[in-house]
Design a protein around this ligand. Structure first.
Ligand code: ADP
Ligand code: MG
Length: 344
């Protein structure tokens, strides 16, 4: 006798019943914040989306600081500039980029809060500091959120905020939770004194929903969707930073409708002269069918994502642009289109 068959289980989480919130206005909400973290799995478009949000905010006249957390992030490249350092450098009109290197952030932190001069770098104690800053994960994460909170508080000579908006291109999803939660974790270790109050202040900045928001990035594929839903749930559970939207990047657009596809295939392949002049034209029908199938698969994943997370999902199509600023600009205009309020 055959053993009873187990029903095939999907690795996707069960669907939740809620109406997916509209993406209209989500971009305005993001651009109206003081700090926006962009987080997601590597390759989902974090850097491009962070750069696009920075460009869009800058277009409204805001002074924007883009923060690059990972050395290979290349936020500067996505903004058409070559490389970033610890000192903010202008990449586009109204957009500066800063690369957060733990060692330098640590020295700045020591200098700002404890008045330890940079000269201390030469001492053996500095070696311990460097070790803590670069090798031990907790303090390193602390430096990232600490520096971001510090930049948020920075004022110019006239007492105005140095930056209207800070956009952070976060670490890959495996690490971002620890990074966002760094100040809270530290609070459990430090019970009182100056460090405790600094850490409390940093946590307040990060978890203040009026000031700070997080955007997730995902791709319309099974594993990235599963991971995005998990990451969203974990961030919500931490009750720290507020997730405002999810950008579903590289969506496959629907090709022309089936009747048009058939007609197009007939028109282009029926004529011997056309076939002779356009090599490969014979496969146009199959190519269009394939893009339809890819579109359907992507659409099913988009549905999964929408029903798995309670935040607006903003779709950005797969673009045929070259990488760098051209992609960033195209993603920025797509974000604008997708989030424009639908007129009554
Ligand atoms: N919608 C898109 N269409 C086509 N290419 C894209 C799109 N979004 C991003 N890219 C490109 O995909 C690559 C990965 O994007 P990136 O933003 O660096 O991802 P991540 O920071 O998540 O690793 C880059 O070369 C980028 O230019
Ligand atoms: Mg990146």
């Amino acid at each position: 006798m055959c053993p009873p068959r187990c029903p095939r289980r999907s690795i996707l989480p069960p669907r939740r019943r809620h109406r997916p919130p509209s993406a209209a206005g989500a971009l305005d909400e993001l651009v109206g914040k003081r700090i926006v973290f962009v987080a997601g799995k590597g390759g989902t478009g974090k850097t491009t989306v962070a750069a696009a949000i920075a460009l869009l905010a800058a277009k409204t006249g805001k002074q924007v600081l883009g923060v690059e957390v990972e050395p290979k992030g290349d936020l500067a490249g996505a903004l058409g500039s070559s490389g970033a350092s610890f000192k903010p450098a202008l990449a586009q009109a109204n957009v500066s980029v800063l690369a957060l290197h733990p060692e330098e952030s640590f020295h700045e932190y020591l200098n700002t809060f404890f008045k330890v001069p940079r000269l201390a770098r030469a001492t053996p104690l500095a070696k311990v500091f460097d070790f803590i800053a670069t090798a031990v994960p907790g303090p390193r994460d602390m430096l990232v959120v600490g520096k971001v909170a510090f930049e948020e508080r920075r004022r110019d000579d006239k007492g105005r905020p140095a930056w209207d908006l800070i956009v952070v291109d976060c670490s890959a999803s495996g690490h971002v939770l620890a990074q966002l939660n760094a100040a809270r974790s530290m609070m459990q270790l430090v019970r009182g004194g100056m460090i405790r109050s600094q850490v409390e202040w940093i946590d307040q900045v990060i978890s203040d929903a009026r000031r700070t928001a997080l955007v997730l990035t995902a791709l319309p594929e099974e594993m990235p969707v599963v991971e995005t839903v998990e990451l969203h749930d974990q961030i919500v559970k931490q009750r720290g930073v507020r997730v405002v939207a999810c950008v579903l990047n590289r969506m496959i657009r629907a090709p022309v409708p089936p009747a048009s596809r058939r007609l197009l295939a007939q028109l282009t392949t029926g004529d011997a002269e056309v076939r002779a002049r356009v090599p490969g034209i014979g496969s146009i029908g199959a190519d269009l069918e394939l893009s339809e199938r890819l579109h359907r698969t992507a659409e099913a994943q988009a549905q999964r994502l929408r029903s798995g997370i309670a935040v607006p999902v903003i779709e950005v199509p797969l673009l045929a642009t070259r990488t760098g600023l051209a992609t960033t600009r195209a993603v920025a205009s797509s974000l604008t289109e997708q989030t424009a309020a639908v007129s009554p």
